[in-house]
Ligand binder design. Structure first.
Ligand SMILES: Nc1nc2c(ncn2[C@@H]2O[C@H](COP(=O)(O)OP(=O)(O)OP(=O)(O)O)[C@@H](O)[C@H]2O)c(=O)[nH]1
Length: 304
């Protein structure tokens, strides 16, 4: 069943329609104020507030997918923009005090806006909790999207180093084992060459999702470089990490990815390496993992 979704343009049309209605009220019943009566400071502050609210609406519509939360927040912001823009017009045009419209135009949209925004923010909060639960394997102690890869939605090398540093510090106090697993695709340059870099990007995205699904809830996955992913496993012995690494290797080799253009099945294989921290710092641990990956690489990988 097709889901009913309000297009982002509808908010603009609704706002324009309401504003034309509001301006018409001023035009029909109002009279221009003499320049001396205009408070330019109020015009400036109310105009600035309206511009800011338009910017908020733009940011919300640009960054959020269509849906209930976006609808409620956009409607709330539309009410605010309408009310504040009427405030600006009010600085230039005087309406007779007998006209009820006058107060309604400016004051009615604000309580409506607060209701829309409150309900919208409540549902946004619920949505964030659900997203945070899903993101737990990608971000552990803090959220810093600067360190996140735009293409592959997991942390990059910088994020891994930060998290590894924290984990090693914690482990030195609590004496719990910290293991790291590297998963490196074999002959990925051939995939790029054969299907193009765009398809290669899509494959990397799919592989990152596949690894995410197959790691445990408390593990953290990051992309160390190109086609190399590293999973940080707190409180995990080397033998336990090896079992998971083997599962990840199997998962990659069973992935049935089909290319968009040729609808061809891409057979991927991966090399895995596992090591456990022993009085290591971040650099020595990553260096050992990289050396192990190189050592474990097969002479030739299979790409059909
Ligand atoms: N599509 C795509 N390719 C990338 C990205 N980052 C790195 N690569 C490619 O990944 C390939 C990695 O090359 P290598 O390090 O030689 O790895 P490999 O071809 O898998 O060879 P082995 O690891 O020795 O099996 C290079 O061709 C890079 O261009 C990316 O973000 N997207």
């Amino acid at each position: 069943m097709k889901k009913h979704v309000i297009s982002h343009w509808s908010y603009l049309y609704g706002l324009l329609f309401a504003s034309v209605g509001g301006f018409s009220v001023f035009h029909v019943w109002g009279e221009l104020k003499p320049t001396a009566d205009i408070s330019w400071l109020d015009v400036l502050s109310e105009g600035g507030m309206t511009t800011l609210a338009i910017f908020w609406l733009y940011m919300v519509l640009r960054s959020r997918p269509a849906g209930r939360v976006t609808q409620l927040i956009a409607l709330g912001l539309c009410c605010i923009i309408f009310s504040w823009s009427m405030d600006v017009v009010d600085e230039f045009i005087r309406l007779p005090s007998t006209l009820l419209w006058h107060s309604w135009l400016e004051s009615l949209p604000i309580p409506l806006a607060l209701i829309f925004l409150s309900v919208g923010i409540y549902h946004w909060h619920e949505e964030e909790i659900a997203i945070s639960a899903q993101m737990a394997k990608r971000e552990r102690h803090f959220r810093e999207h600067r360190l996140f890869d735009k293409l592959i939605p997991v942390g990059g090398a910088g994020y891994l180093r930060k998290q590894l540093g924290l984990a090693l510090k914690e482990a030195s106090v609590s004496m719990i084992p910290v293991s790291v697993v590297a998963v490196d695709l074999n002959d990925f340059n051939l995939v790029n060459r054969r299907y193009g870099v765009k398809e290669g990007d899509d494959i990397l995205q799919v592989v990152s999702q596949l690894l995410l699904i197959n790691i445990r809830h408390d593990d953290l996955i990051c992309r160390l470089a190109g086609d190399r992913f590293v999973i940080l496993m707190n409180n995990t012995t080397e033998s336990a990490a090896k079992l998971i690494a083997e599962d990840l290797k199997q998962a990659v080799s069973h992935l049935a990815y089909r290319t968009r253009e040729e609808n061809e099945r891409v057979h991927l294989t991966a090399t895995v390496a596992v090591t456990t921290a022993q009085k290591d710092d971040t650099d020595s641990l990553i260096q050992r993992l990289n050396t192990l990956i190189i050592r474990n690489k097969p002479d030739r990988s299979v790409l059909v």
